[in-house]
Design a protein around this ligand. Structure first.
Ligand code: FEO
Ligand code: CA
Ligand code: CA
Length: 659
């Protein structure tokens, strides 16, 4: 989600929009070893790791940012589309020769009995059957299961958040949230979570199959989840409504995600701290709340009507959120599972890679300033022949946090109860405590505090893992480290982790890997930004605030952004870059979204002919409201508010996107 609006007493809208995330740094640890850092800072080679060694590295000065240079860029890149330009628009733009089609919008029917969308008459019951708000992660799961169909499949979408100021009339005042009714809160609860909906491509157009038996909403309001892994049944997971600690109701703030090799979807519960009211300091969980930013002053008002969101009444409920959840979209009757072995934090997403020996690694980032990158390696091996055999693979294995070193190596530090500092002496009675308080565990083992880890995605082609760090404007000069080398970093960076090869296959279980920078984002014509690209980016090809990424079938990296408006004054976008060859790391601007929106999702069909994008929170910006939005994207009708929606981008006449 977008997290770059500091609250201000004279910004009336900030109360309605701000999730408090923007201003949160709750990591009290000193995991920036100062002595080591000072030495590293003296080494320019270390801070520019990756670039120093690259013969292809070329940074054009402002005078060279010309059409001729843009042509040179295009010549190096394998991406053949005609690059668009940085801009701010109320609509959206794809390159010449491409079409962008709206597939599904907030309020569109997911279940066949869903009433038509009427923003004045939303209820929990209608929203429960309609597409939710603020779509984020997208997965295209081909139908039939196991096929590589690119014309029929299940579109799986996360719904991260809700914005009353844009959902209802007159909800943009400074005290508006305090006036939220039970009905409005329940519409929010029925909106957030996840959607599974069948889509088909007919005569070049994607259509929703509203009567498909697969169609399903999983929501904060009433969907039942099983709790799996080391925290299942632990005392800290038990609540008044669930004395077993094995069953949670709902999922919310579902940000990014991933797909497993056995055809399920993973969804990250991210900023869960905003959903609870009450006296956090009086709770037996007070210290743990603090590390997660649970203050009891969350902006969501659900706790006024539902006791489980009131810390005074149910102190353990926050422990049941902040997990990676696993959903089987191919079985509409399946119970989704919270996989606690992967740790509890503010998960952006969770992406999988099968290692050389069949074990599965899941990479996940904790999206907050100064938080960590994690991976989980299963104990068992993926069985490609038996879907059932993989059903609970994510419940047993080893969790690690990442430490990046100045010498180009990085280590995965185990977060295992009983090892190192993770003992009863430090308050960890079992692995359940380690996963419930995974941030504190990672503090103690000495993980590297990062510049807000968003997507962490392994390339299916090369096995290299791309760590997308969106920005960290709060990092001070004495807090820089080799992987996060810029203070007041408003632009973000992308790191490549390079696992060792075993018999030619990436070892995703390795505890030592190499790393390099792929992009230090920002405007290369402004030396004070410290931006670095691996090749000559054009005057519109440079980016800021990378967030979600996807790989096309050729292994090229597609990068969507969140926060370019504040960082560089242009709307959020999608860029693409080769990951190898002469165009390696040369980002090119492919798509611009509507004003106020961040771009999420990116997801390709298996054949690469459709790129799905989730356009989240269009019109969310200062001075914009339901009654006077800055854009009415995508309908542009006077009686319709802006609506988060999924776009399908295709080439006119067919063919691979970007080719
Ligand atoms: Fe929900 Fe980290 O963006
Ligand atoms: Ca973001
Ligand atoms: Ca994100």
């Amino acid at each position: 989600m977008q997290e770059h609006r500091p609250p201000s007493s004279n910004d009336a809208l900030s109360f309605a929009y701000d999730d408090e995330d923007a201003d949160t740094v709750v990591n009290p640890s000193a995991n920036t070893p100062l002595g080591a850092l000072i030495a590293e800072r003296l080494s320019r080679r270390a801070t520019l790791r990756g670039f120093a060694a690259s013969a292809a590295f070329g940074l054009l000065g402002s005078s060279a940012l010309s059409r001729a240079a843009d042509a040179a860029t295009a010549a190096k890149s394998s991406l053949a589309f005609k690059e668009i330009e940085h801009e701010t628009i109320t609509g959206h733009r794809a390159p010449q020769g491409y079409s962008a089609q709206v597939v599904i919008r907030w309020g569109d029917p997911v279940k066949k009995d869903a009433p038509p969308f009427d923003p004045a008459k939303q209820s929990a019951q209608s929203q429960r059957m309609q597409f939710g708000y603020d779509n984020d992660f997208l997965a295209f799961m081909p139908l039939p299961m196991g096929s590589r169909s690119s014309s029929r499949g299940l579109l799986c979408a996360n719904h991260e958040r809700t914005t009353p100021a844009l959902m209802w009339s007159k909800m943009d005042g400074p005290d508006a949230l305090k006036t939220m009714s039970r009905e409005m809160c329940e519409v929010e609860m029925a909106s957030q979570g996840h959607t599974v909906v069948e889509i088909r491509k007919r005569e070049g157009k994607w259509q929703v199959v509203t009567d498909s038996p697969y169609n399903r909403r999983l929501v904060a309001y009433d969907t039942e989840f099983r709790i799996g892994g080391p925290a299942a049944g632990h005392a800290r997971m038990k609540t008044a409504a669930d004395p077993t600690g094995l069953k949670a109701i709902g999922t919310f703030n579902n940000c990014a995600g991933g797909k497993t090799p056995w055809g399920t979807v993973l969804s990250g519960e991210e900023n869960i701290h905003n959903y609870f009211i009450g006296n956090a300091e009086a709770s037996p969980e007070a210290k743990a709340y603090k590390r997660m930013g649970v203050t009891g002053r969350g902006r969501y008002q659900w706790g006024r009507f539902h006791d489980r969101f009131n810390l005074d009444k149910d102190p353990n409920e926050p422990n049941r959120f902040g997990w990676v959840v696993e959903i089987d979209p191919y079985d509409p009757n399946s119970t989704p599972v919270k996989r606690t072995a992967l740790g509890r934090c503010k998960h952006e997403g969770a992406t999988c890679a099968v290692s050389h020996d069949g074990r599965v690694a899941v990479y996940t980032g904790d999206d907050e300033r100064m938080e960590y990158v994690y991976k989980f390696v299963t104990k068992g091996q993926f069985d490609p022949k038996s879907r059932a055999a993989n059903r609970n693979l994510l419940d047993e294995g080893t969790l690690y946090a990442a430490k990046f070193e100045a010498n180009g190596k990085m280590r995965w530090l185990p977060l295992v109860h009983g090892s190192g500092p993770l003992t009863a002496a430090n308050g960890f009675g079992s692995q359940a405590d380690v996963v419930i308080e995974v941030r504190r565990a990672a503090d103690l083992v000495g993980a590297t505090p990062m510049d807000r880890p968003e997507d962490i995605e392994p390339s299916p082609r090369s096995g290299r893992i791309y760590v997308v760090l969106t920005y960290n404007d709060r990092r001070k000069a004495d807090q820089v480290n080799p992987a996060n080398p810029r203070a007041e970093n408003k632009w973000g960076q992308i790191i490549e982790i390079i696992p060792p090869l075993v018999n030619g296959k990436p070892d995703h279980a390795a505890i030592e890997c190499r790393w390099e920078f792929f992009v230090l984002a920002g405007d290369p014509s402004k030396p004070e930004q410290g931006a670095k690209y691996l090749g000559p980016v054009s005057q519109h090809g440079w980016l800021a605030c990378p967030d979600n990424v996807a790989f096309d079938p050729r292994g090229r990296l597609w990068i969507s952004t969140d926060g370019q408006d504040d960082a560089i004054g242009f709307c959020d976008s999608v860029y693409a870059a080769d990951t190898r060859g002469p165009g390696r790391g040369i980002t090119r601007l492919f798509f611009n979204g509507p004003t106020g929106a961040e771009i999420c999702g990116p997801e390709f069909t298996p054949d690469g002919t459709t790129l799905f994008l989730a356009i989240q929170h269009p019109a969310e910006e200062k001075g914009s409201s339901f009654d006077k939005p800055s854009t009415r994207w995508p309908d542009f009708k006077d009686d319709m508010p802006p609506r988060p929606a999924v776009l399908a981008i295709t080439r006119n006449g067919g063919g691979e996107v970007g080719s």
